[in-house]
Design a binder for this molecule. Structure first.
Ligand SMILES: C[S@@+](CC[C@H](N)C(=O)[O-])C[C@H]1O[C@@H](n2cnc3c(N)ncnc32)[C@H](O)[C@@H]1O
Length: 258
């Protein structure tokens, strides 16, 4: 083994957070995978229910901010059931391509009927794999996006570096992720809603309260919008800006591969 190979081996002592639980870093991916297998069948319904339909609006706004053009090749990292990919497919048209990239087969399968029903579904490809090791060549995409996915990675910065690698120079990045409301009273209300109502709704509708306890916990531990902006700039993205949605419940970041 060369010294470089030895440096790249995972550290067996490294830990990561799965919600508020500290777990071995090597175990987190398996827990996240299981989490999405548990919720896949009801994922879209739960999203609409828990956000009162707002996630559709957030996704439309986020894809618009990406500024796609007809013919663009787009990578949807952690694409899941493909909402962002379907929106992107409209923008890129017949000459474009959108790849939904996700490591969870149940989520990809749950989204296939939506792609089949869409008039733009023919431009969408599904690829199963880990976002921290994209099986895509360098500089092959005009745009890369990740929606509500980066927070689940064991090493979010590695996921962003991979997105940077597969973008063409001048290619655009979009990250849509949950954040926290800016108004104090609204944040307290949102805390009550997410720590009490979400797990209860998860139990009733999706048959799992654990999965919907992980969701608010992982949101609270995730980087603030300004921290995320700094991380993207450190990785090499330029013209990074962000917009808070619904008083900061979600935030969209966009940037350009310089
Ligand atoms: C909350 S869902 C978001 C799905 C979709 N982007 C949306 O906005 O509705 C997160 C997705 O990220 C995927 N995911 C989490 N960690 C991943 C990883 N390391 N590699 C690839 N996919 C991952 C999950 O399987 C899941 O489908």
């Amino acid at each position: 083994m060369t010294p470089t190979e030895a440096n790249n081996l995972p550290d067996p002592e490294e830990t990561a957070f799965f919600g508020y639980r500290r777990v071995r870093a090597a175990e987190k991916g398996r827990l996240v995978e299981q989490h999405f297998t548990d919720v896949a069948r009801r994922y879209d319904l739960m999203n609409t229910l828990l956000s009162f339909g707002l996630h559709h609006l957030w996704k439309r706004t986020a894809v618009k901010m990406l500024g796609l053009k007809p013919g663009d090749r787009v990578l949807d990292v952690c694409g899941g059931t493909g909402d962002l990919a379907l929106l992107a497919a409209r923008h890129v048209g017949d000459r474009g391509r959108v790849v939904i990239y996700d490591f969870n087969r149940a989520m990809l399968e749950a989204g296939r009927p939506k792609a089949a029903r869409s008039p733009f579904g023919g431009n969408i490809l599904h690829l199963q794999g880990d976002a921290e090791r994209l099986s895509c060549p360098d500089a092959g995409f005009d745009a890369a996006m990740v929606g509500f996915g980066i927070r689940n990675l064991t090493h979010p910065e590695v996921g962003f570096k991979e997105m940077h690698r597969v973008l063409k120079p001048g290619g655009r990045l979009m990250c849509l992720e949950f954040s926290q409301p800016t108004w104090g009273w609204f944040r307290r209300l949102y805390d009550l809603y997410s720590f009490y109502f979400m797990p209860l709704a998860g139990k009733i509708v999706a048959g799992t309260s654990r999965a919907y306890t992980y969701l608010p916990e992982s949101i609270r531990l995730f980087a603030r919008p300004e921290e995320l902006k700094a991380l993207l700039e450190e990785i090499g993205f330029t013209q990074v800006r962000y917009r808070r949605l619904t008083n900061g419940i979600a935030a969209v970041h966009v940037g350009v591969k310089g």
